[in-house]
Design a protein around this ligand. Structure first.
Ligand code: FAD
Length: 216
């Protein structure tokens, strides 16, 4: 199992037992949740960009408009990308010990801005394949103009940590005797029934279930 070496930025200070640095755990979290948040500095002020991410081997990718100020501000600078799954609310016998069950990953580094249109197209196809298997091939081909208007960025999975909480609440010993319900309220993202565009031609089959959410 590949272990990433903790750095000054990724070493957990508190509750370090919840930290994981093995790539299998980190990759499983990245692959289970396309939603990420990317923190960066814009003119010296912290900003946070929600986006979709996908993993290809040892790198994480995200995309957006080539004209996006947020994406342009991420060129040549350090960013922090976080992926989070909220798995449950943990109800304890005191307010203090309430918690959440979760899986999360934080990555640090300097993004690469991918210029080559052919590489961009390949990465975008992989993105589609992860999220909606088979859909890319069913679409009209992407144009050069659309590729030019789309930025693709990536970050190596080199400086990263995962943090995971599972299981029941951890209460004060004396509190376990209290007549207060304690336990976990599980939470999960589910896929609803597809809603067809009213402009669809008659009789088209709905898409297959998204790929990424299956393990999330
Ligand atoms: C859905 C969700 C809800 C949460 N709610 C709360 C809350 O309400 N209150 C609260 O105090 N904490 C909450 N946490 C935990 C929170 O994300 C931090 O882990 C915690 O606050 C750590 O703070 P710290 O200053 O001790 O971090 P430190 O241990 O000092 O952080 C050092 C390094 O450890 C790693 N690290 C820390 N936290 C995480 C993480 N979550 N995922 C991956 N790597 C991490 C990073 O590399 C970070 O740079 C929540 C986490 C999740 C995912």
């Amino acid at each position: 199992m590949t272990e990433l070496p903790p750095t000054d930025r990724t070493r957990l200070r508190r509750l370090h037992g919840r930290g994981r640095f093995d790539r299998a755990t980190i990759d499983a979290v990245l692959d289970a949740q396309p939603l990420c948040h990317i923190a960066y500095l814009r003119d010296g002020v912290p900003a946070l960009l929600p986006s979709l991410q996908w993993r290809e081997g040892d790198r994480v990718y995200w995309h957006g408009s080539s004209a996006s100020h947020a994406l342009r501000a991420q060129i040549g600078t350090e960013v922090c990308l976080a992926v989070t799954l909220l798995d449950g609310l943990v109800l304890a016998r005191s307010g203090f010990h309430h918690s959440a069950n979760y899986r999360s990953v934080m990555l640090f580094g300097r993004p690469e801005w991918i210029e080559d249109p052919r590489r961009k197209e390949q990465h975008l196809e992989t993105f589609f394949e992860r999220l909606l298997p088979g859909r890319w091939k069913s679409l009209r081909p992407v144009t050069q103009q659309e590729l030019k208007a789309t930025a693709v960025l990536s970050l190596p999975i080199r400086e990263a940590s995962a943090k995971i909480r599972t299981g029941p609440p951890v209460d004060e010993q004396a509190d376990y005797a209290l007549p207060i319900w304690a336990g976990v309220l599980p939470l999960r993202t589910t896929v609803g029934a597809p809603i067809p565009d009213p402009r669809n031609p008659e009789g088209l089959p709905p898409p297959a279930e998204p790929g990424t959410f299956r393990s999330g």
